[in-house]
Design a protein around this ligand. Sequence first.
Ligand code: CZF
Length: 214
Amino acid sequence: MLRYVTTNDGKVREAEEYLGDEVAALEYDYPEIQADSLERVAAHGARDAYEHVGEPVIVDDAGLYIDGFDGFPGPYSAYVEDTLGVERVGDLAGREDATRAKFRCVIAYCDGDPFEASPEPIDTDDRRGQDLAAEDRASATTDDTVTGEDLPVKLFVGAVPGRIVEPRGTGGFGYDPIFEHSGRTFAEMSADEKNAVSHRGRALGKFAEWFVDR
Ligand SMILES: O=c1[nH]c(=O)c2ncn([C@@H]3O[C@H](COP(=O)(O)OP(=O)(O)OP(=O)(O)O)[C@@H](O)[C@H]3O)c2[nH]1
């Protein structure tokens, strides 16, 4: 059984809408390394989770990138949500007229088996199932190697552009009330509607396509 490893119920609801019975949520708080890319955090988490669970896993690392703040909070989105809070991030962005933003999501899959190397070029905004092992090894720090750099990980990236607005809506989670896409905030959308356009929906879509064909 494929395990979606997370401590975030909001992510689980969206993944269940998308993947249905293919996946079972597993609450395990894998160690999140301090890194400036979601790819590195997700890959490290997937390796650790696979070693912990012993079954194929996906982990999902996501973040909000505000263009006018050079991508802040990015990989630190959860920390900033817990410290500053979503409304203050929204206030800051509004006050400084830094409202253009995007969400990014990286799904990392690990089942302990090696993958065929992908012939597709790496595009940092839209990597499709790249085998991270070589790249990761090249830039590995000591911390990156703790859970075994040899376990290959596949990455699936999704991104969605939007605008930071005053909070609206009660659905979703995290920054959803302040993230507007096509006239509605993510918190004003159902899980289905959000999945159809969201960073997570796009990443899950790429993963699902690869997973059924592999
Ligand atoms: O409004 C949002 N809509 C989204 O679709 C979304 N996806 C992620 N986030 C936020 O970005 C951080 C992720 O942190 P994150 O990937 O480390 O996850 P997490 O710590 O919540 O759970 P886990 O999966 O690591 O256990 C957290 O602040 C989330 O609230 C979102 N906010």
